[in-house]
Design a binder for this molecule. Structure first.
Ligand code: M6R
Length: 364
């Protein structure tokens, strides 16, 4: 069933161009985005004043990216909660709020409980779910499926990529209805979305270079991922991938927070992966990279083609192709997934079934 791949995780990473295309294409009609499953008219969409995104693990990280994209493109305030926190903090849900739960399996206990709590309070819930007919899919008022197909590896890759796409589509739909983007911006963004599958393919084809780099870090003790804005959200997902399958301690930090404590952990040779895909923030992140490099860190940079300036603050650079800054997560996550995968393979870890973890967490 692994279709010749050594692990399900590798196979599923390679399925990402298709997953992205499959999640996009049913919702793109000519020069418009049509999400019938939303079950909402334009007037209903306009009445949404706030969005609460609730999820766990990687789905939560997709949600954090979703916040930046929804707020940035559609100017709707978004709160993102870990489902296990949302349930017990008596969240304030006001008129005009919409709850979006995100789950690959559709069976995550805390996410399901958050959904039930929201419905009990009279709020409509949109589920972004991968497994058709799962509990969360059945109980959500409306379901936007991510068409990733079955995901076997415990570490999610293709389902996460599909969740990002669903969130971009949602944000663009709101932006279109609210006129917070121009017609030209909207159609340029549609073009950028359509190019993502080929760009992901290109990054996957770079796997040998990443494997060689990963082999240098199989003995690492700590790895830090830093970024700002959307890049911080990518860093969280990159860090989770590494720790869950390679058992290397890693943390994600908002780049500007480093000097408020974490920088004391940087030693000679510590790997710091800097994600920098937002041109408006390039300079700021470079200065954080210089701070850690001057304390001995080895700096890996993931950035967009053209940002040559970053080379002076890095030891190793991975370039991703140009796209709209709101969509860079879909590209920057690919080398980070490959890096984690090859570190874990190099260490001889059970990549598809990491210790202590289950594919769906049905206990609270
Ligand atoms: O099935 P779900 O999307 O609800 O699962 C949520 C998390 O348990 C999941 O994303 C977990 O963090 C993954 N193992 C990450 O790779």
């Amino acid at each position: 069933e692994k279709a010749g791949y050594e692990h399900f995780m590798l196979k599923e990473m390679y399925e990402q161009p298709k997953t992205v295309a499959d999640t996009l294409s049913p919702r793109i009609k000519g020069n418009d985005i049509v999400i019938e499953e939303l079950g909402m008219s334009d007037a209903e969409l306009l009445s949404i004043k706030k969005i609460h995104i609730v999820a766990c693990g990687s789905a939560y990280h997709a949600g954090v990216t979703g916040k930046y994209v929804l707020e940035g493109l559609a100017r709707i305030p978004v709160e993102v909660d870990l489902a296990s926190e949302f349930r017990y903090r008596n969240p304030i849900l006001e008129d005009g709020a919409m709850v979006v739960v995100i789950s690959q399996s559709g069976e995550t206990a805390d996410t399901l409980a958050a959904l039930r709590e929201s419905k009990k309070r009279g709020f409509k819930v949109l589920g972004i779910v991968n497994v058709v007919g799962s509990s969360i899919a059945r109980e959500s008022d409306n379901v936007m499926y991510t068409w990733a197909g079955p995901e076997i590896a415990v570490a999610t890759t293709k389902a996460y990529s599909a969740q990002l796409i669903a969130l971009y589509l949602l944000a663009m739909k709101f932006a279109r209805v609210k006129h917070t983007v121009t017609e030209t911006e909207f159609s340029d963004m549609l073009g950028d979305l359509a190019r993502l599958p080929d760009q992901i393919e290109l990054l996957l084809n770079n796997k040998n270079r990443i494997q060689r780099f990963a082999n240098r870090y199989i003995a690492a003790k700590d790895v830090f991922f830093i970024g700002r804005g959307i890049d911080y959200a990518i860093s969280m997902e990159g860090s989770l991938k590494l720790k869950e399958i390679s058992y290397i301690h890693s943390e994600a930090y908002a780049a500007g927070e480093l000097k408020h404590g974490t920088i004391s952990l940087i030693e000679e040779g510590t790997l710091v992966a800097s994600v920098s895909t937002q041109p408006a923030l390039y300079k700021k992140t470079i200065s954080n990279m210089v701070e850690v490099k001057s304390r001995g860190a080895f700096v890996l940079a993931v950035t967009c083609e053209g940002n040559r300036e970053i080379e002076k603050a890095s030891d190793y650079v991975i370039y991703i192709p140009q796209t709209n800054p709101f969509f860079t997560n879909s590209l920057a996550i690919i080398p980070l997934q490959l890096f984690s995968y090859y570190v874990a393979v190099g260490k001889g870890c059970d990549v598809d079934k990491p210790r202590n973890l289950a594919k769906s967490v049905t206990v609270e």
